[in-house]
Ligand binder design. Sequence first.
Ligand SMILES: Nc1ncnc2c1ncn2[C@@H]1O[C@H](COP(=O)(O)OP(=O)(O)OP(=O)(O)O)[C@@H](O)[C@H]1O
Length: 267
Amino acid sequence: MPLQQTVEASPEVLRVKDVWKTYHGGHQAVRGISLTIRRGECLGLVGESGSGKSTLARCLLTLERMDRGEIWLNGRPLHNLKPAELRQARREMQVVFQNPAASFNSKLTILDSLLEPIRAQRKGCPGFLGNPGANERAIAGALLAKVHLPASYLNRYPSELSGGQKQRAAIARAISVEPSLIVLDEPTASLDVSIQARVLNLLKDLQEELGLSYLFISHDLSAVNFMSHRLMVMQYGQMVDHCEGKDLFAVERHSYTKQLLKLFTAN
Ligand SMILES: Nc1ncnc2c1ncn2[C@@H]1O[C@H](COP(=O)(O)OP(=O)(O)OP(=O)(O)O)[C@@H](O)[C@H]1O
């Protein structure tokens, strides 16, 4: 079955209904956003700087308290959970940030950084690794192999890895706990252009292999188009356009999306 059809038949992982977020001072960063993400699906989120993409992501990850709205993760209402239940549910979501250096503790080796989520959640070896061996080092080595890094990197510190290598390690850490959803917040923006495509290909391959669900936030329309099954366009905190990935450059679009496309093709 083609991937698009498979995704359409997949269960819903995330449902977000009418989310609003106002910051101190009255600025409404997110205004009435609703969306869904299915298992194995990538939803691309684009919009100019300041349009509210990261704020929306932080609300979904429950790192930011929303004014109102509903968020359902695998059918559980995150907006109604008690703090202990929420901490548990939050673990089902992982995030890969723009700056891989900031997502690692500089004092921890890659081995310890990689194993942090598994240890915190008292999880064993992720099922998709098969049987790499019982000890933690074997699990961490197999995780690195999934992102095409050698096991010898386990003893290194983050400062001893390139930006692209650090981002691969961050991706290995994100998949280690088999999350329901991974938020990719500009995951390639800080990388060399030559490395960006490789990291995107890796993310796409992992998604297809492991059935991962992504919310992919980016300024890069071609990256979003490459990665996403569907796209959402935000402006001033609102969703102003919504399309199937393949339609972005092909179909008559909302006037704001046209502006974005013009800016993009001019660069
Ligand atoms: N902690 C905060 N306090 C007050 N205002 C904030 C805060 N965080 C973000 N904002 C404001 O909310 C709006 C949305 O910001 P947000 O970071 O979500 O946009 P974005 O689309 O992710 O931008 P970028 O692409 O530059 O990351 C902006 O006007 C920003 O200045």
